[in-house]
Structure formats: structure tokens, C-alpha cells
Design a protein around this ligand. Structure first.
Ligand code: URA
Length: 432
């Protein structure tokens, strides 16, 4: 086999056999096939796509390129959730204890964030002492005892994706539905849960800007997961505005705790209830309606908060912050961004919010950059809300005054206000 023939076939929309795909991907991981040939192949995939069969083969070859997590030591059915990424998305922190409180096991492996905001792991690392690197045995034991544990993705999980993603990032080949599907599903399959719920975001702040593309990606991921023997479902959800009020690591942890305390009932709570209900139903806990009631009750009766607390302690964290938020990192400086005119919020530049959050120090641009866990922003208005002139649209936080001032300059044009009432977009578009 040779790489030129493989590139030629994809360029001419001729199908690749599983063996050809394996030769290319394994050759790239081992260093025998060079970057420039894989770049050419990735661009051919971007332009011409892959068939469902080819996407399935690519996903499985990538899954098998490194370590696979053995969850057989966990008693009961295991359920995982993946979101395709959005600004202010802290749903994992809420859903994992809610589902565990309803009797399913949620072993979660998450990533650190690269780009606008921290990932789930960065958020958890803002908690004093929290250990995201549990040994395998301790991880399984914690899930069995508590119902959930959230740890960092192992370094040797799907090395093919690490190499391919880095190459896609610098060759403008990230935005390909089969490549995104294989990247996400190879990791989910290597992580090993019985059931997988996919939260596919659509809108101005998401990878998939329109609903059609989001649905195509969702169908492909669900089919690929089912082909690999998993129970799989996807929900298409809105990302035309940040999810919830907080963006930034410690700030998002506080918002998640407020939801778990039953004090926060907006779009974030609603999405968490929908996702948790779907996870419980996938695990066979009852009808969607019954599962929704279980999830709501887990918050109402305090069980979800108790499990969250137990998970923090089991992973070495100081759970005292749950009743005293000042134990979390607090920023030294803040700046308020005020409305220049009165009006209805017609547009929120979600990517702009992400960029502002990065400027405050809440995210990282290189994988070794330090994060300011206290940094980020709190947004006071959503789409469709009415804001009076001079009301505080959002407050930015940082320990670095210069960064904060730069973030504030960037934050000036995030909100577009109009005279006429505007609609809230739906939260959920469809499911697959
Ligand atoms: N997230 C991933 O893990 N991979 C992609 O390709 C896109 C989003």
C-alpha cells in the first residue's frame, strides 16, 4: 500500500477499505506516514466526505490506537455524556451527581480546555485539593461507592486523535462532519461506558452553526456508537448564547452548586434536567417522563448535592466551599460592562464572550499555559430580556488588571439591543 493511492481514492470519492484506512492511520501514529500526506488526505475528506462505513472504520481504528478503559469492575449500568462544546457549559458537574443520585453509574473522563474557557477538569481543579488523576483501581472504587467520579483523560487514550487533531488544527480541516464524528466517538468508545448521550450544540457559539449540520453530525455519531455495540442517543441543543450566567472556572463551579441546591432554575437547570432524563432513560430507568421526575426530585430532595459533596471529598477536595464560596479562588479586580441604551437583547456574540473570557485569564491558548481559576465573567441578561440604559450587562473578573482592561475593551460590542421585543431561541431543537 502507499499513501498516494489512498489520497487519490478519497480525492476521487472512491471508498477506502478498512485495511487501507488502518494502514494510513496506524502508519501516521507510528511515524511511517508523514504529516504532509495525511494533511492531503484530511483535506480530501473535508471536501468529499467519507461514507458511513468508512467513518465507522476510521472511528474503530482510532479507538484501538491506544489504551482502552476497562469498566467491568463497576457494578451496574454505566452512562456517559458528551457535549460538542459550548460557552459556559458546566452541565457535567450537575448531571453526573443527579444521575448517580437516581441509581446509575457515571464514570466520567473529561478533558482540559484549550481555547476560550477551561474544560470540566479545569473547573474541578479550581477546588482546593481536588485530584483529577485517580489511579484506575481508585477510580472504579469511587464510582462504585459514590456513583460518579470525574477524572482527566488518560495520556494514552486514542493517540491517533491527539496527532490527527493537532494536524487538523493547523491545516483548516477541523470542520468536517466525519472527522469530528471519528474524533469524538473514538474517545467515547475507548472510555467504555455502556450508554452514551451526545449533546450536539448548534448556533453562533457552536462548531455546527446550523441545525441541519448538527443533525447530520448527531445521526452519524449515534449510528457509529450503535454499530460499536453501545446504546446511544443525541439531543440537539441551542448555543446562540452562553449556557447559564457564569463563564470561567471557579465561577462555573459556584453556578453548578447553585443549580444543585435548587436555587437556579433557568436554561442551565432545564438543559441539565433534559440531559439527565435522557441518560436515565438510556440506562433503562423508566420512560422519559418518569426519568425527568427522578432527576428533578434528586435536586429537590438534596441527594444530588450530597453526592456532589461526596465525590469532591472522595477525590481529595475540600468540600467546604459548597457552603462558603469564598474558599474558592476569588479575583482581585472586576469591571462592569453597562448598557449604553435601553432595549431588548437581540444578539449575544457567544464567540466574543468566549474570547473575553480567554482575555481575563480563564482559558489557555497553549496546552501548558497557566489558568487564572478566579477569572471569567457573569452575564446578567439573556436573549429576549429587556435591559435599561446603564444596567450592568456583565461583570468581568481577573487577577490581572491589564488583562481585565483589554477584556473590557473587547466586551463593549458583545450585546446587540433593539427597540422591538425579541424572542428567546428554543433550548432543545430535536433528538436522534
Ligand atoms: N471535539 C473533538 O473532540 N473533536 C473534534 O474534532 C471536534 C470537537
Amino acid at each position: 500500500m502507499n499513501a498516494c493511492d489512498i489520497i487519490f481514492k478519497t480525492k476521487r470519492k472512491q471508498p477506502l477499505s478498512a485495511n487501507e484506512m488502518k494502514w494510513l492511520i496506524n502508519g501516521y501514529v507510528s511515524g511511517e506516514v508523514p504529516d504532509y500526506q495525511v494533511s492531503a488526505w484530511l483535506m480530501a475528506v473535508c471536501l468529499n466526505g467519507l461514507s458511513e462505513e468508512e467513518t465507522k472504520n476510521l472511528t474503530l481504528i482510532m479507538r484501538d490506537s491506544g489504551e482502552k478503559i476497562d469498566l467491568s469492575g463497576i457494578d451496574g449500568i454505566t452512562v456517559d455524556k458528551h457535549s460538542t462544546g459550548g460557552i459556559g457549559d458546566k452541565t457535567s458537574l450537575i448531571i453526573a451527581p443527579v444521575c448517580a443520585a437516581c441509581g446509575i453509574k457515571v464514570p466520567k473522563m473529561s478533558g482540559r480546555g484549550l481555547g476560550f474557557t477551561g474544560g470540566t477538569i479545569d473547573k474541578l481543579e479550581s477546588i482546593q485539593g481536588f485530584n483529577v488523576d485517580l489511579e484506575r483501581e481508585n477510580y472504579i472504587d469511587t464510582v462504585n461507592r459514590v456513583g460518579t467520579a470525574i477524572i482527566a483523560q488518560s495520556g494514552n487514550l486514542v493517540p491517533a486523535d491527539k496527532k490527527l487533531y493537532a494536524l487538523r488544527d493547523v491545516t483548516s480541516t477541523v470542520d468536517s462532519i466525519p472527522l469530528i464524528c471519528a474524533s469524538i466517538m473514538s474517545k467515547k468508545l475507548a472510555i467504555g461506558s455502556d450508554c452514551i448521550l451526545l449533546d450536539v450544540k448548534t448556533g453562533s457559539g457552536a462548531f455546527m452553526k446550523n441545525i441541519n449540520d448538527a443533525e447530520r453530525l448527531a445521526s452519524l455519531m449515534v449510528e457509529t456508537g450503535r454499530n460499536a455495540g453501545k446504546k446511544c442517543r443525541a439531543v440537539i441543543t441551542d448555543m446562540n448564547q452562553p449556557l447559564g450566567k457564569a463563564v470561567g472556572n471557579a465561577l462555573e463551579v459556584i453556578e453548578a452548586v447553585e443549580v444543585l441546591k435548587g436555587r437556579e432554575k433557568g436554561r442551565l437547570y432545564e438543559l441539565c434536567m433534559v440531559l439527565a432524563a435522557n441518560m436515565l432513560e438510556l440506562a433503562g430507568k423508566g420512560s422519559l417522563q418518569e426519568c425527568r421526575a427522578f432527576a428533578e426530585n434528586a435536586v429537590e430532595c438534596g441527594d444530588a448535592l450530597r453526592i456532589f459533596k461526596k465525590m469532591i471529598s472522595a477525590q481529595g477536595g475540600d468540600a467546604g466551599f459548597i457552603n462558603n464560596y469564598s474558599l474558592l479562588p476569588e479575583a482581585k479586580h472586576k469591571i462592569e460592562i453597562k448598557a449604553k441604551e435601553s432595549g431588548y437583547i437581540a444578539e449575544i456574540d457567544s464567540e466574543g464572550i468566549g474570547f473575553v473570557s480567554l482575555l481575563t485569564g480563564a482559558g489557555r491558548t497553549g496546552k501548558d499555559d497557566a489558568i487564572d481559576y478566579s477569572a471569567g465573567l457573569i452575564i446578567n441578561f439573556g436573549l429576549g430580556d429587556y435591559a435599561e440604559k446603564d444596567s450592568v450587562l456583565m461583570t468581568l473578573y481577573s487577577n490581572d488588571k491589564n488583562k481585565l482592561e483589554e477584556a473590557a475593551r473587547r466586551a463593549e460590542n458583545i450585546f446587540r439591543l433593539t427597540d422591538r421585543p425579541t424572542d428567546q431561541p428554543p433550548l432543545i431543537y430535536s433528538d436522534i
